[in-house]
Design a protein around this ligand. Structure first.
Ligand code: SF4
Length: 415
């Protein structure tokens, strides 16, 4: 397959040179020069200071030394003000060959290269520990927090390794998120217990803003294949972007999605409006001076990020949610980093805390996908922190908000 990304050179950490992922990448790009370096410091001396656009043209293959599995930054950073959902992330790579104008990585990464960690066995071990430490509790976890899960996966094939691991773990729901159409290699797997998710936006936004991502028609064709093959599907309306014809754009987008996806295969749909920490906005202006995404009045939210003013967010969410209900019946929709009053105004539910949101997810996937035999959720389990390893003294993450117990009469019982 051909990729729309152009790389110039591959750097390999000495200790990663014999790793399977390294071999795969070297075989896939035989024309690229390869340099072996003795340490990360030596690599950063060469590439660390180049600008991001240039840095993305270098592949850096090394082993990750810390824990791959972490709490979603939204939960640890913003859940005092916004309802989060107890999602975990796997940082299997850092940086992304796609170039979305709004990408938060532009203000986040300190190493500009496309970094791929080659010691995937450590991720498999961590998943096994995570499953054992939280028996009976459904834990949702995804790759692609700091990259696109499938951009290079046809070469790297982390999906195959992780799907095989998760197939043996009753309580882990694995999600891979993408803006590509790189799914043919997923269809070759024997496993289907995976949520394949797409970040979606109207065709006009895709064309103007999501550079090097798959055009919408190609994503739709990929969704149809994944749907028909029996995977679970996730949709992320995030970031929702305001532009002149946004109503029409989102209406047409959702109608097109309904043509290719069966509502019963949808694990979840998220909505989140475009938001930026102020320094990121400056980076966007510098890197994409003609981008249309900086239109729309924004104010600073309680977490310091700039967001559209609340009446505009409310109008956009309500409109899109209405289209989704018309297209898919009663899909499981949640907000990413949104305030409780908007949860209530749009979705009609006011979850008491992250644990309650987490429980709703668990209940939904358990009911919706009996073929994967997820454990039946017990509400009390979701009031606990998520543990990382059996017997560890500290939780993977300790809730920054006080757990007040599950609201026994949540307004969200409707879904
Ligand atoms: S696909 Fe995701 S990680 Fe990649 S550039 Fe776009 S927003 Fe950033």
């Amino acid at each position: 397959m051909t990729f729309p990304y152009k790389f110039k050179k591959i750097f390999v950490h000495r200790e990663a040179r014999e790793d399977e992922i390294t071999r795969r990448i070297l075989n896939a790009f035989p024309q690229l020069p390869v340099e072996e370096v003795p340490s990360e410091a030596a690599f950063l001396d060469i590439v660390g200071a180049v600008p991001l656009t240039e840095g993305k043209k270098y592949l850096w293959l090394s082993r990750y030394k810390g824990n791959f599995i972490k709490y979603c930054p939204g939960a640890t950073g913003t859940s005092r003000h916004y309802r989060c959902c107890n999602y975990l992330v796997i940082n299997e790579a850092t940086n992304c060959p796609i170039e979305c104008s709004y990408c938060f990585l532009q203000g986040y990464v300190t190493n500009p290269a496309m970094t791929i960690y080659t010691n995937y066995q450590k991720i498999q071990e961590e998943l096994q520990q995570l499953s054992a430490a939280n028996p009976g509790r459904i834990v949702r976890i995804g790759t692609g927090e700091l990259t696109d899960s499938l951009a290079l996966d046809p070469i790297v094939r982390l999906s195959h390794k992780l799907a095989a691991t998760v197939a043996e773990l009753p309580n882990i729901v694995l999600e891979m998120k993408t803006k590509t159409n790189h799914i043919d290699h997923l269809l070759e797997m024997a496993y289907r217990k995976m949520v394949v998710s797409w970040s979606v936006n109207p065709a006009w936004i895709v064309q103007k803003v999501e550079h090097k991502a798959a055009p919408l028609e190609q994503r739709l064709a990929a969704m149809r294949k994944v749907n028909d093959a029996g995977f679970m599907i996730g949709l992320h309306f995030d970031p929702i972007i305001y532009y002149k014809n946004w109503r029409e754009g989102y209406r047409e987008l959702i109608a097109a999605l309904a043509e290719v996806i069966d509502g019963s295969r949808i694990a979840w749909i998220s909505m989140g409006s475009f938001r930026t920490p102020p320094p990121l906005k400056e980076n966007i202006r510098l890197r994409f001076p003609k981008t249309p995404i900086l239109a729309g009045e924004q104010i600073r939210g309680k977490d310091g990020k700039m967001r559209y003013i609340k009446p505009l967010r409310l109008e956009m969410y309500r409109t899109i949610y209405q289209y989704l209900k018309e297209a898919f019946g009663d899909p499981y929709v949640y907000f990413c980093m949104e305030s409780l009053d908007l949860w209530k105004a749009v979705l009609g539910k006011a979850p008491a805390n992250s644990g309650e949101v987490d429980y709703y997810f668990a209940r939904h996937v358990h009911r919706q996908f009996p073929e994967f035999q997820f454990p039946e959720p017990e509400p009390a389990r979701y009031q606990q922190p998520i543990w990382h390893a059996p017997g560890e003294a500290t939780a993977l993450w300790q809730a920054p908000v006080e757990f007040v117990g599950l609201n026994t009469t949540p307004t969200g019982e409707a879904q």
